[in-house]
Design a protein around this ligand. Structure first.
Ligand code: DHE
Length: 562
């Protein structure tokens, strides 16, 4: 079991490296579970394991956890494995202690009984959860404030461009914090463990999506921000984006689901469901996959198109939303296990991590073709990445890695004449910056900054997980500055690591906000630094700030600035 990489270091790396098949033991019969145990197992599996191993347990970023599997190897032989072969006590050990490859220990997240239950549960055949149709979406849709009952102009005096939408993961809420005053403006209920927030093209609406598939539409123009509509996309989701092309601003919303594997198109102002499209199909190797989950989605500024990245198949879909009834889709083959990604500096190329393939795929959204597949170190995890002009190599896009102690810099093309001399480097890894260890999740910079920030929340060492590294982009040979965010927060040390994660700039590009993601019952914080001096500026703490993770500055998210 690998699970998502939350609450405690549920690092994915491990499951990638450990071969479950290698632990011998003769296959046994599946243990029997009472109906109550089965329900409890199902819930824990969804919350802790499905993100990496898949609902059908076929594996993706995490290992295959089916009771029995067999696979043909390149030499023609067949390899067999499965959880039945491992047996209860071996599985209990793996879940409790984690693995050398990086799967974290669950013994401080789950009780002994829960670990025993999960060891038995994953030896049973997985249930196939129900599908979720357009009708189901319609039944879940709540239009709380119709468009004609919303303000015609902004009713508050807040500088909306500098609002931060902050995920309070374990609280199932979103905090809207005023970037100018650093005061909490409003905390709103959302779906379970909101994954990301995205902005409408106008900057008026915030859209969030919970892991439970609930999309929440928040209108920032009321005197106090208000949820104006909600809809369910399915049972398990990670991504949404809006229509940003000229003439389509705020018109449509797209949401991608992990289960069922599909994407859905909705009205951007009301969330009225319009269309559901399945992503089931064949992998880039030509094999049928029943659960190709939708990972990142991004909206193009140069065409009425969304880039939809399908994890298990490695297919990247360009979905043309100019005619929703007669939907045209271009399917681009890249590499399997697509995850997160972001635009290059010109916003023509989208770079996405095929994380378990150790590659970055770059799509040219102008030509609708794959521009490059770049080999990288283990498990690239860019978030949205970071763009800057390298002193020796010109425009580069940066990604960190979960599985290695480097930040990879990839040269990206530019139509700007002054960068023509760097063409020879395009789509090559031009530099790997050393970090203090593996376990990076997010890197970030800003066009007005000379700094590149990198976190390391999944590193097993406290001194790394609680810190961030800052690189001087004018002199990348210099040692990075290590900042102890947990210490700066002034909060007492707790048993759970306080993970410093997700650097995010303010609108002006002169402050960096870091989440200090503590245990569910510990006090967490948002720690704000001056980007120029790297000095601590403010610690935002409040009992309501529970397990903060992603932070999305309205202006930067609206304009894809990173
Ligand atoms: Fe994420 C982005 C999936 C675990 C915080 N995460 C994404 C995206 C995907 C994804 C597909 C890209 C969305 C987009 O751009 O449209 N994340 C997954 C998982 O499948 C995984 C591994 C396991 C799971 O069960 O969810 C997982 N993610 C986590 C966490 O544990 C994190 C650290 C804390 C949390 O909130 O659960 C986490 N993921 C984030 C954040 C982003 C994200 C903050 C957005 C980054 C950005 O700057 O855009």
């Amino acid at each position: 079991m690998t699970s998502r990489y939350p609450a405690s270091p549920l690092t994915l790396t491990a499951a990638l490296l450990i071969s479950l098949a290698s632990f011998g033991a003769a296959a046994q019969d599946a243990p029997t579970l009472t109906p109550a145990e089965k329900e409890a197992g199902k819930k824990i599996y969804f919350e802790r394991c499905a993100g990496c191993h898949g609902v059908l347990r076929k594996g993706a970023t995490g290992k295959n956890l089916e009771p029995h599997w067999s696979k043909k190897l390149d030499d023609g032989s067949t390899q067999e494995g499965g959880t039945l072969k491992l047996g209860t006590s071996r599985l209990e050990k793996i879940i409790s202690l984690g693995t050398e490859g990086g799967m974290v220990n669950y013994d401080d997240i789950l009780t002994k009984d829960e670990i025993n239950l999960m060891a038995r549960y994953i030896q049973t055949t997985p249930d196939i959860p129900p599908e979720f149709s357009l009708k189901d979406m319609e039944a879940s849709w709540k239009l709380l404030v119709p468009v004609d009952q919303r303000p015609k102009t902004q009713q508050n005096k807040i500088n909306l461009k500098n609002i931060f939408a902050i995920t309070l993961r374990d609280a199932g809420k979103l905090a809207l914090v005023d970037g100018d005053t650093k005061q909490i403006w409003k905390i709103l209920d959302t779906g379970y463990a909101v994954h990301i927030s995205r902005l409408s093209a106008s900057g008026r609406y915030v859209y969030t999506v919970g892991r439970d598939g609930l999309v929440t539409l928040i209108d920032l123009w009321f005197e106090e921000p208000k949820t104006v509509a909600t809809v369910k996309l399915g049972a398990d989701a990670r991504s949404v984006d809006t229509s940003k092309f000229k003439g389509y601003e705020d018109k449509y919303l797209i949401g991608g689901t992990y289960w069922p594997p599909q994407y859905s198109i909705m009205d951007g102002e009301t969330l009225k469901p319009m269309k559901v499209v399945s992503t089931r199909g064949n992998t880039v190797d030509g094999e049928y996959h029943p659960e190709p989950r939708v990972a990142s989605i991004v909206s193009s500024m140069i065409k009425p198109e969304w880039v939809v990245n399908v994890k298990e198949t490695g297919q990247i879909m360009l979905v043309d939303y100019s005619d929703i009834k007669n939907l045209k889709t271009t399917t681009i083959e890249s590499a399997k296990f697509l995850h997160d990604g972001g635009w290059d500096m010109s916003k023509r190329y989208f770079l996405v991590a095929a994380n378990a393939s150790n590659k970055i795929a770059a799509v040219d959204t102008k030509t609708g073709k794959l521009a490059a597949l770049v080999d990288t170190k283990k498990i690239p995890h860019p978030g949205r990445g970071a763009n800057f002009v390298h002193p020796q190599y010109g425009p580069v896009w940066a990604t960190g890695h979960l599985g290695d102690a480097v930040i990879t810099l990839i040269s990206t093309p530019s139509e700007d004449r002054k960068f023509a001399k760097y063409k020879q480097h395009n789509w090559k890894v031009v530099q790997e910056l050393k970090t203090g260890g593996a376990g990076n999740l997010f890197v970030k910079t800003h066009p007005k900054s000379t700094h590149l920030w990198a976190d390391m929340p999944m590193n097993p060492e406290r001194e790394n997980a609680e810190a961030v590294y800052v690189y001087d982009m004018k002199d990348l040979n210099k040692e990075p500055v290590k900042i102890d965010v947990a210490k700066d927060s002034g909060l007492p040390q707790t048993k759970a690591l306080r993970r410093a994660t997700h650097p995010e700039y303010n609108q002006a590009g002169d402050e960096v906000w870091i989440s200090l993601w503590g245990g569910k019952t510990d006090q967490s914080a948002i720690v704000v630094y001056d980007d120029k001096t790297l000095k601590l500026k403010k610690v935002i703490t409040d009992p309501a700030i529970v397990t903060p993770t992603g932070k999305f500055n309205v202006y930067n998210t609206q304009h894809d600035i990173y």
